[in-house]
Design a protein around this ligand. Structure first.
Ligand SMILES: Nc1ncnc2c1ncn2[C@@H]1O[C@H](COP(=O)(O)OP(=O)(O)OP(=O)(O)O)[C@@H](O)[C@H]1O
Length: 314
């Protein structure tokens, strides 16, 4: 767990992070979203001490990061930035191994870990490992950046606009990869983005930051259903709130007993996807299956519409 206590950073007498207190639960992804200059990057960098706080502190699993030696901090916290910050004269494999090398791991262990990470990120070690950054596509370079951050098996991963430079299709794929890897590894992630859609898609919790403070901090559903201030409402968007809410909830939450015709929908799919399928195929109920294709019941259009109506009108 990451605990932030009255965390403050002042530049030239002006607070850019202003007394923020919050807890990010272990194994969750917290998305910090807000406009440019609101203090997101500064807050993130105080977690790994790239920026020293002017006041307040950060605890990771109860330990004050100000007292954690730099080597342990590097091992315990991965960091991914927009543009990936790969060393241009090093191969992808050597870039991935940089922290283990600093930590003095034996060569054979670094090589094995590099291969494992390349496989996990669906890159061929023989093909991609020896390439230099300029020989990689944007999506590949982004994955190498993530592999490098994960190399020393950190408990915490900090990501600053990690998908900012990717085109929309690759970006969605990278977001899916992150969700998959996170489930696999149980890493606690804090991700900075200016894109509310990305925050809603990825976050277990969302912190909306403005002028150095958290204007609202809570689960995505609360942010969409009950924006605390006009600023949050503005970020969420005036229109389409019901559909956003449906995009956050899986089909499994509205499961009923019964029979339905036609192609089934996965219980993990979103209610908005199920509704789209109903509209497209002209059905008012769909069979629901689990990840292995076992029938679980049905989901009905009326139930989905009722769930969407829980969003207050914009
Ligand atoms: N080293 C520094 N010295 C002086 N001012 C700084 C420094 N670093 C950041 N700032 C200022 O602090 C404010 C917050 O910056 P920060 O980078 O944390 O915002 P951000 O929300 O991440 O913005 P963006 O989305 O544009 O990256 C800005 O006004 C910025 O100019």
């Amino acid at each position: 767990m990451i605990e932030i206590e009255a965390l403050t950073k002042t530049y030239g007498g002006r607070p850019v992070v202003d007394g923020v207190t919050a807890r990010f639960a272990r194994g969750t992804l917290t998305a910090i979203v807000g406009s440019s200059g609101s203090g997101k990057t500064t807050l993130l960098r105080m977690i790994n001490r790239l920026v020293e706080p002017s006041a307040g502190r950060v605890l990771i699993d109860g330990k004050d990061v100000a007292r954690i030696p730099e080597v342990s901090l590097r091992q315990g916290i991965g960091y991914v930035i927009q543009g990936y910050g790969l060393f241009p004269h090093w191969t992808a494999a050597r870039n991935i191994g940089v922290v283990p090398t600093l930590l003095g791991w034996p060569r054979s262990r670094i090589k094995a870990r590099t291969q494992e990470l390349l496989h996990m990120l669906q890159l061929d070690p023989a093909e991609i490992g020896p390439r230099y950054p300029h020989q990689l596509s944007g999506g590949q370079a982004q994955r190498i950046g993530v592999a490098r951050a994960l190399a020393a098996r950190p408990e915490v991963l900090l990501m600053d606009e990690p998908f900012g430079a990717l085109d929309p299709l690759i970006r969605r794929q990278a977001q899916r990869d992150l969700t998959r890897i996170r489930r696999q590894l149980g890493t606690t992630v804090v991700l900075v983005t200016h894109d509310m859609n990305e925050a809603l898609y990825l976050g277990d919790a969302i912190a909306v930051m403005r002028d150095g403070r958290f204007e609202q901090f809570g689960p995505p559903e609360d942010i969409v259903r009950a924006p605390a201030t006009p600023f949050v409402a503005d970020l969420v968007g005036e229109t389409g709130r019901a559909l956003r809410l449906l995009a956050l909830k899986p089909v499994g939450t509205l499961l009923r007993a019964g029979q339905a015709q036609g192609d089934p929908v996965d219980a993990a799919a979103s209610l908005s996807d199920a509704l789209a399928e109903m509209i497209w195929t002209g059905r008012d109920r769909l069979p629901v299956v689990d990840g292995r294709g076992q029938g679980l019941g049905i989901v009905t259009r009326d139930d989905i519409l009722a769930a969407g109506r829980q969003a207050p009108p914009a």
